[in-house]
Design a binder for this molecule. Structure first.
Ligand code: ZN
Length: 287
């Protein structure tokens, strides 16, 4: 609180001169494409490694055993390798991956915010932004993504359990089994791609919120994507003013009055918070 007050006073004194007659909206920060691509690729590697371990184990079985291999042998090999993957602890690896991902989002958010502020108001916030640690948001985002990575692994194993074994019981050939495992890998990858995109937007939105709140900027303008995929509950908020401190209200008269979002069936939350939401928050800098 102490630090926040000092920051606010510093910014307000800096802004008093430059804000006169200037645009009071700041361009929004955008979720880092680089972070999303990094995460998507890292998750793809992670899934591919699991798929390869299983298919390699099953292929070896095929090559090394000269005598006819029974279905039971394949199933036993599959169970062994799945149990081995399931039993491995991946928290450390997942934490390194999640930390790199979240750091990339943080870096872009920080540099864009500073640059946008400089361009809009001619004020360099670099030293203030450097003091402003977003440690809570960082830690939460890393923890959440370690959980998501763990769930990708667990879902993949369970998915094989329910799909492959059911089909195998019906009489599966060796080649089909390998194809099925690759197919399960593709399903996991599709989910991982969605996770990478969703988390990039969400984490950026969380940084945006914490950064703005710490600087004393509570109000932002909701900027929708305006395309066909946008939900109606988000579309109705387009160009409306919103508050981080109260996501249940909006204003259509530049903040003079605040109305309940429920009255227009609008989403309750901030831009980027809803699943796969691509709406962006435009900070409203007001003295
Ligand atoms: Zn949206």
């Amino acid at each position: 609180m102490q630090l926040r007050m000092i920051l606010e006073m510093e910014i307000y004194s800096l802004l008093q001169n430059s804000l006169q007659g200037r645009d009071r909206f700041l361009p929004s920060t955008t979720p880092s494409k680089r972070a999303e691509v990094y995460y998507r690729r890292a998750l793809a590697d992670f899934i591919r490694t699991m798929v390869n371990r299983i298919t390699t184990a099953l292929s070896k079985k095929n090559l090394t055993d000269a005598v006819a291999i029974s279905d039971d042998d394949y199933i036993n090999t599959l169970i062994e390798v799945l149990a081995s993957i399931a039993g491995e602890r991946i928290e450390e690896k997942a934490k390194i991956l999640a930390t790199r991902f979240v750091d990339k989002i943080h870096y872009q958010n920080k540099t864009q915010f500073t640059r946008n502020f400089q361009n809009a108001f001619g004020v360099d916030l670099t030293s203030i932004i450097e003091q402003e640690t977003l440690a809570d948001t960082l830690a939460l985002a890393i923890d959440r993504n370690v959980e998501l990575i763990t769930s990708i692994k667990n879902d993949f194993i369970n998915d094989i359990g329910s799909n492959v074994f059911t089909n195998y019981k019906k009489g599966f050939r060796h080649g089909e089994l390998i194809n099925e495992i690759r197919e399960r890998g593709n399903v996991s990858y599709s989910r991982a791609k969605l996770i990478a995109r969703d988390q990039t937007a969400k984490i950026n939105a969380d940084f945006e919120e914490e950064r703005n709140k710490k600087l004393g900027f509570d109000i932002y303008k909701w900027k929708g994507t305006g395309d066909a995929r946008e939900r109606d509950s988000h579309r109705v908020l387009n160009n409306m003013l919103c508050k981080y401190s109260d996501p249940t209200v909006y204003s259509d008269d530049e903040g003079k009055t605040w109305k309940k979002r429920s009255s227009i069936k609008a989403f309750v939350g901030k831009c980027g918070e809803d699943y796969q939401c691509r709406c962006l928050a435009i900070p409203y800098i007001k003295l």
